[in-house]
Design a protein around this ligand. Structure first.
Ligand code: 13P
Ligand code: SF4
Length: 320
């Protein structure tokens, strides 16, 4: 009879992930930046939680040697554009973005070449290649402010989100040439269901992200970026909100004002969690731990693209 000694399976994941991650944070001199659309436990361990503008401002200012970006690929790429000498980690390299994917660089370069007199303003939710083809970057919190600063006679291309573009046109009274891109999460909300929820909760205010479609935005009492929605929920006299953006933000809303009620706006299909961003939710606490432990997956960018993308990013930070 033969006996075999099986190697004990090595379990690289500690039972207490929070202290494991905190130990690695000290060891690596790392900072964890997380978007509001991350799982609650990732938000709870992050050093900074914010919207795209806040996160890029933090990335631009950090003294850490390692940036762990709990968000999607274009956000980690943005951190790398601003920090070429730092190690930038993304827990799951497949965490992409449907909106960024809706704007392929070759097609966008043709669109730009067909309109050579236009200034190109791109929403930060795009790849580094698109940023490199842009004059100014904006986010949902500063898009109106940035477009308002452009001389009236200068024609503008706005890419890639057509819904944010339309919203900015409405707010500024400026015509812009829009790229026809959109976000799967913000286009999933059902107007019918939101109206039904509002009828059931007449005391609730509908608050919405400008990536939502215009027919939905017209029902909103307040429209803004994730940080703006969070702030509004704190200062509003209302005690109940129907929240039309990715429901990850509700974790912070409930933390800030525990006595208020937040109802996630439903998608077309009530049986799926379609209002959760499938890309953002690829990151988990385990993957975050492993990324720090193994110092991978790392964001790497060709230097020519990084330099070209840096210019419009710096312009945004200066104009914000
Ligand atoms: P903000 O972070 O600007 O609110 O945008 C939301 C979003 O869709 C991020 O992917
Ligand atoms: Fe992209 Fe939309 Fe997900 Fe934001 S919520 S990362 S825009 S797919």
């Amino acid at each position: 009879m033969f006996t075999t000694t099986l190697a004990k399976p090595s379990n690289p994941i500690p039972e207490d992930l929070f202290s494991g991650i905190n130990d690695l944070k000290k060891e690596l001199n790392a900072v964890i930046l997380a978007h509001y659309y991350q799982d609650n436990d990732i938000q709870d361990i992050a050093d900074y939680i914010g919207d795209s503008l806040g996160l890029s401002q933090q990335a631009a200012a950090t003294n850490a040697d390692v940036i762990v970006f709990a968000g999607v690929h274009f956000m980690a790429e943005t951190a790398k554009i601003l920090n070429p000498n730092k190690l930038v980690l993304l827990p799951d390299l497949n965490a992409g973005c449907s909106l960024a994917d809706s704007c392929p660089p070759d097609k966008f370069a043709q669109f730009k070449a067909a309109n050579p007199d236009h200034l190109v303003i791109s929403y930060i939710n795009c790849t580094a290649e698109i940023k490199a083809l842009s004059d100014i970057i904006c986010t949902s919190s500063n898009a109106v402010k940035i477009v308002s600063q452009i001389p009236k006679d200068k024609p503008i291309i706005f890419a890639p989100d057509r819904n944010l573009g339309r919203y900015v046109m409405e707010q500024t009274g400026r015509e812009m040439l829009l790229w026809n891109g959109s976000c799967i999460v913000h286009e999933t909300f059902s107007e019918k269901e939101i109206i039904r929820l509002k009828l059931e909760n007449p005391d609730a205010e509908i608050i919405a992200h400008p990536e939502c479609e215009p027919h939905l935005l017209k029902h909103a009492a307040y429209i803004g970026s994730t940080t703006a929605l969070l702030k509004y929920s704190q200062i509003s006299n209302s005690n109940k909100f129907i929240v039309a953006t990715e429901p990850g933000i509700i974790h912070q809303m409930e933390k800030e004002t525990p006595d208020k009620i937040f109802i996630p706006a439903p998608g077309m299909n009530k049986n799926c969690a379609c209002n959760e961003c499938p890309h953002m939710r690829l990151n988990t606490l385990e993957k975050l731990y492993l990324a720090m432990k193994n110092k991978t997956p790392e964001i790497i960018l060709p230097e020519n693209i990084r330099l070209a993308a840096l210019k419009p990013m710096l312009k945004m930070l200066e104009m914000s």
